[in-house]
Design a protein around this ligand. Structure first.
Ligand code: CA
Length: 495
C-alpha cells in the first residue's frame, strides 16, 4: 500500500471522531486500528482498481426532501431516473445536509466542511472566501476537466471573496456541450445544479398535469387541507422535472460511452420549501435523498441506513480520485461504505444554520446547532428571544416570517391560525422556540413533541448537549465561545 493511503487512513481515524463519543471512539478504535495494521503490514488490502481516476457527475436538486422518490417508497411522485441510480448503486436512507439553506449547504458540499468554519459562506446570499478549497478546484489541479451547468454554489456573489468563477466550476450551457470539450483520456468532474423543485410554482400545475391530491400523503407537520395537498402536488411536479433532467444526463453519459468509468452522485441541498421543512433543523429540512452509482465498485441495489452528512461528499470524491482530502475538511469519506469495507458506523450527524433571509431587525441571524442520532434529535436555538422564521412585524404577507418561502401552504396556515385545528401548526411552524428542543424519534419520527423539559429525558439531553458542545469546540465553531455578531454583519449579497 502506498504511503499516501496510509496517511489518508490516519486522517480518517482522526476525523471519524467527529461522529462519536469519546467512549465509542476508544472502543472502536482498537478494532479499526487492528484492521488497518493487518492490511498495512500483511499487504492484503485489495489493489485500488479505481486508480485510473473515475469521472465525477454530481447532480443536485434544489429544495428536495427525503423521502420523496419512488426508491424511498413514495407512490405518488414518479422518479424513475433517481430510482435507477439507486437500483444500480447505493441508496442512503439517513443522509443529512449540513445546513437547510441553499448557500450554506452548497458551501459545505463543495468544501467538505461544516458551514460555521466557512465565515460568510454559512449565510444565504453571501460569498465563499477563496481560502477555503473546494473539490472541483482540487480535481482540476490534479488534471481533471471541470465544469458546471445550472445552479452551482449560491445564491451569492460567486466571484466574491477572491474567487474568479463559481466554486462549482466554470459554466457550460449543458453537460453534452461540456463533454465535447473533454479529451477521451482526461477524467472529468461535472456539477449539474437543477432549479427544481425550488419555488415559485405555477399554482395548480401538479393537479393539472395529472397528479391527484387524494394520492398525496400530507406529512404530519402540515395541516391536511386541499390547499396544502395541491401545493404538495405542485412540489411533486417540480421534483419530476428534476428527475427528467437527471434522465437526460444519464442518457448523455451513456451516449458518451463513459458511464462505466463515472461515479454518479444524486442528492439535494435542503428540504422542501414548506413550513417546518426548509430552513429548519427538523428532518424535513435536513434529511436528503442520496443515491450513488459507481459501476464495478458499488454493489447494485445496496441500501445504507448509516448516518452520513453531505460534508462527506467532497472527501469521498477526492478519495475516489486518489487524492488526499485537505486537512481542514471535517467531512468523512464514504469510500468504506461504497466499497463495502469493514467500518465503524457513525452514531451522529450535526446540522446548523445561520442567517437565511434578512427577515429580522438588524439583519440578525437566527443561529441553531443540532445533533441527530439514530433515536434522537437535539436542537439548540442560540437566540431563543428572536423569531426563528423571521419577524412578524410587517404588513406584506410575503415578508412576514420571511424565512418561510411564500406559498399557498404558508398562506393557509397563517390565515387560519386562529382555527383550533390549524393553531398548533401555526405555533409549531411560525412562533418562537425554547432554547433546547429534544425529540424522541422512536415514537415521534416527525419531531412534533419537544420532550426537552421532561425529567425522564434529562440524561439523554445532557449527553447530547455535551456531544454538541464538544463538536462545536473541536470544529472551531465561533459560537462555541458564546455570542458573536459576525454573521449579522455580513453583507446580504444579492448581486
Ligand atoms: Ca435549496
Amino acid at each position: 500500500m502506498k504511503r499516501s493511503d496510509g496517511n489518508r487512513r490516519k486522517y480518517a481515524v482522526c476525523d471519524l471522531f467527529s461522529g462519536f463519543t469519546r467512549r465509542e471512539f476508544l472502543a472502536c478504535a482498537g478494532v479499526w486500528l487492528a484492521t488497518w495494521r493487518n492490511t498495512e503490514l500483511m499487504g492484503k488490502s485489495k489493489p485500488n482498481r479505481h486508480a485510473s481516476r473515475p469521472n465525477i457527475l454530481f447532480v443536485i436538486a434544489d429544495d428536495w426532501s427525503w423521502p420523496h422518490a419512488g426508491a424511498y417508497g413514495d407512490t405518488t411522485v414518479k422518479t424513475p431516473a433517481f430510482d435507477s441510480i439507486a437500483r444500480e448503486g447505493i441508496l442512503f436512507t439517513h443522509a443529512f445536509t449540513a445546513a437547510p439553506t441553499c448557500t450554506a449547504s452548497r458551501s459545505a458540499i463543495l468544501t467538505g466542511q461544516a458551514p460555521h468554519r466557512l465565515e460568510e459562506g454559512a449565510n444565504l446570499w453571501s460569498v465563499l472566501p477563496a481560502k477555503f478549497p473546494v473539490y472541483p478546484e482540487v480535481l482540476e489541479q490534479a488534471g481533471y476537466a471541470v465544469g458546471k451547468t445550472g445552479k452551482g454554489w449560491g445564491p451569492g456573489d460567486e466571484k466574491g471573496g477572491g474567487r474568479t468563477r463559481n466554486p462549482a466550476g466554470p459554466a457550460y450551457p449543458s453537460f453534452s456541450e461540456f463533454l465535447k470539450t473533454v479529451p477521451d483520456n482526461k477524467p472529468f468532474c461535472f456539477w449539474f445544479g437543477s432549479r427544481h423543485p425550488h419555488r415559485a410554482y405555477k399554482q395548480g400545475i401538479g393537479v393539472n398535469s395529472g397528479l391527484r391530491i387524494e394520492d398525496v400523503k400530507v406529512p404530519p407537520f402540515l395541516p391536511d387541507a386541499p390547499e396544502v395537498r395541491s401545493d404538495i402536488c405542485d412540489y411533486y411536479w417540480h421534483v419530476q422535472q428534476f428527475d427528467a433532467e437527471l434522465e437526460t444526463l444519464i442518457e448523455t453519459l451513456e451516449k458518451s460511452g463513459r458511464q462505466n468509468d463515472t461515479l454518479v452522485i444524486v442528492t439535494s441541498d435542503n428540504g422542501m420549501p414548506f413550513p417546518y421543512a426548509k430552513c429548519n433543523l427538523y428532518d424535513a429540512g435536513t434529511r436528503m435523498p442520496l443515491a450513488i452509482r459507481w459501476p464495478g465498485v458499488v454493489q447494485p441495489g445496496v441500501r445504507c441506513d448509516e448516518l452520513v452528512s453531505l460534508t462527506d461528499i467532497a472527501p469521498t470524491i477526492l478519495e475516489a480520485a486518489g487524492i488526499r482530502p485537505p486537512a481542514q475538511m471535517t467531512g468523512v469519506s464514504l469510500m468504506d461504505i461504497l466499497t463495502g469495507a469493514p467500518r465503524i458506523e457513525r452514531s451522529a450527524v450535526f446540522t446548523e444554520r445561520e442567517r437565511h433571509t434578512i427577515g429580522r431587525t438588524g439583519m440578525r441571524s437566527y443561529p441553531m446547532r443540532a445533533i441527530r442520532t439514530r433515536d434522537f434529535l437535539y436542537i439548540r436555538n442560540l437566540r431563543p428571544n428572536l423569531w426563528p422564521m423571521g419577524d412578524p412585524h410587517t404588513t406584506v404577507l410575503d415578508r412576514i416570517f420571511a424565512d418561510i418561502d411564500a406559498s399557498p401552504t404558508k398562506t393557509y396556515i397563517f390565515r387560519n391560525r386562529r382555527d383550533p385545528l390549524v393553531a398548533p401548526f401555526f405555533e409549531r411552524c411560525f412562533l418562537k422556540r425554547p432554547e433546547e428542543e429534544l425529540y424522541d424519534l422512536r415514537k415521534d419520527p416527525w419531531q412534533l413533541e419537544n420532550v426537552a423539559a421532561q425529567p425522564n429525558y434529562s440524561a439523554v439531553k445532557k449527553e447530547l448537549r455535551n456531544r454538541l458542545d464538544d463538536w462545536m469546540r473541536r470544529t472551531g465553531d465561533p459560537r462555541a465561545n458564546g455570542e458573536t455578531d459576525f454573521w449579522d454583519k455580513c453583507p446580504y449579497v444579492t448581486g
